[in-house]
Design a protein around this ligand. Structure first.
Ligand code: NAD
Length: 299
């Protein structure tokens, strides 16, 4: 594959994703507002601006925090005007489906194919190239993107038309927030009643309460090595970003008049956690501290 890639947004997720493309031998022009992050992608070609990263590339990838940044990049900063006709743009950020559809329509007007391709799998998935891509957009554009998804990830799903990738991702993250809060609550109840959180986790993992949080992302400090709970909840997926995704779920539910009482409760739990415990920059498994504030998350 000899494509030239432009990659904008080199944070916890975008940095390692871009690095994997470089490691696969691709020419990758990189840009982030934080200059140091460009140097961290060794072998990437640092650019002075996002527009430079969109110049003379075959594929342009963005990995930004929220919809306002994505609309700003593509529509206001003029990336769509700068991309060559026939280029493929892939936004991997998790944003509202409405903005994804708006940007995709503007891209189509400029002769640029566009996919929304939010990811699941966390920072470990980004580093190891095992992400799941949840894609919205045309099937032929997905076919073009597939070799790149195969470098950065392990699974690719076509959710439907433009914006459908975002809708599916929002549903998944609402469920994840509910599962994480429920897992933290059950562990707290057990510990309050004299159980060892590791023993209880082993029991629930093999029982009907088993779930992803228990299997690979235990929120209780000292139960599992290598997870944010074992390093003071540093790194991982920020509470701020989970709260953002739950806000997207609420807006999506409002648009379809769907009832999401558990998602609404999870959103409020995360907001209380963020506002009363200053947890915005901690990993989202720190919701355990809402039940046990004394847990700092160190082994
Ligand atoms: P992050 O905050 O670590 O990185 C975002 C980067 O975008 C930052 O480095 C920032 O400087 C840069 N940026 C913002 N606006 C920019 C602009 N106009 N031009 C250039 N750079 C700009 O966030 P992250 O954890 O990498 O998450 C990115 C997206 O992926 C979010 O939408 C998040 O919800 C989603 N996501 C994150 C995870 C995770 O585990 N962290 C998992 C799945 C999905």
């Amino acid at each position: 594959m000899s494509s030239t890639i432009g990659f904008v947004g080199l944070g916890n997720m975008g940095g390692p994703m871009a690095a994997n493309l470089v490691a696969a031998g691709l020419e990758v022009k990189v840009f982030d507002l934080v200059a140091d992050l460009m140097d961290k992608v060794q072998g990437g070609i640092p650019q002075a601006s996002a527009l430079n990263a969109a110049t003379d590339v075959d594929v342009f990838i963005s990995m930004l925090p929220a919809g306002v940044h994505v609309a700003g990049l593509y529509l206001e900063q003029g990336v769509l005007d700068r991309l060559p006709k026939g280029a493929l743009a892939i936004d991997c950020s998790t944003i509202d489906p409405g903005t994804a559809q708006q940007v995709a329509a503007a891209a189509a007007d400029k002769g640029v194919a566009m996919l929304d391709a939010p990811v699941s799998g966390g920072t470990a998935g980004a580093q190891n190239g095992t992400l799941t891509f949840i894609v919205g957009g045309a099937a032929d554009a997905l076919q073009r993107a597939h070799p790149l998804f195969d470098i950065m990830g392990a699974n690719v799903f076509h959710a439907g038309a433009a914006g459908a990738g975002q809708t599916a991702k929002i549903c998944n993250n609402m469920l994840l927030a509910i599962l994480m809060a429920g897992t933290a609550e059950a562990l707290s109840l057990g510990v309050d009643n004299g159980l060892d959180p590791k023993v209880l986790s082993d029991i629930m993992k093999q029982s009907s309460g088993g779930n992803w949080a228990l299997n690979v992302y235990n929120p209780y400090p000292g139960v599992m090595d290598g997870v944010p709970a074992s390093r003071a909840y540093q790194g991982g997926f920020l509470v701020d970003l989970m709260a953002k995704d739950l806000g997207l779920a609420m807006a999506t539910a409002e648009a379809s008049k769907s009832s999401v009482p558990l998602g609404s409760l999870a959103r409020n739990l995360y907001r209380v956690h963020e506002q009363t415990q200053g947890a915005g920059r901690l990993d989202f498994s720190s919701i355990q501290r809402l039940y046990k504030p004394e847990l700092v998350g160190e082994q």
